[in-house]
Design a protein around this ligand. Structure first.
Ligand SMILES: [Zn+2]
Length: 118
């Protein structure tokens, strides 16, 4: 029997565990539960949650295109779709959904709190 003692790193913000320190450092900097990554956009007057149709590639033996509805955030001030840190992990899976989207800003000069959303 072989026994190996390894150092395991756990994220301070979520339950993720990794064996490689540099990878964990990067994960924590991007972790959706890290307060540094919270954007105020979701609480902002100009941010609206909408449903939009996207054509995505899916693979079921063959590559096919299909229409899917995604929830997106739309900023009516900058007139762009914006995505949260938590959505980042979906970029690789659905690249064309994020093509027209930009990340939510941590600080935004247009931020206007909407107390109904808080
Ligand atoms: Zn994490």
């Amino acid at each position: 029997m072989k026994q190996k003692n390894v150092t395991q790193y756990s994220c301070d913000f979520c339950s993720k565990k990794l064996f490689r320190k540099p990878v964990m450092i990067r994960h924590e900097s991007e972790c959706g539960n890290n307060p540094d990554n919270f954007s105020k956009c979701i609480q902002c007057e100009f941010c609206n949650k909408e449903q939009r149709n996207f054509t995505i590639d899916s693979f079921d033996g063959n590559f096919t295109e299909r229409e899917t509805i995604f929830n997106v955030y739309y900023c009516s001030k900058i007139k762009r779709m914006i995505y949260s840190t938590k959505a980042k992990k979906l970029i690789d899976k659905y690249p064309n959904v994020f093509e027209e989207q930009i990340p939510m800003l941590k600080k935004c000069k247009h931020y206007k709190p909407n107390y109904d959303k808080l």
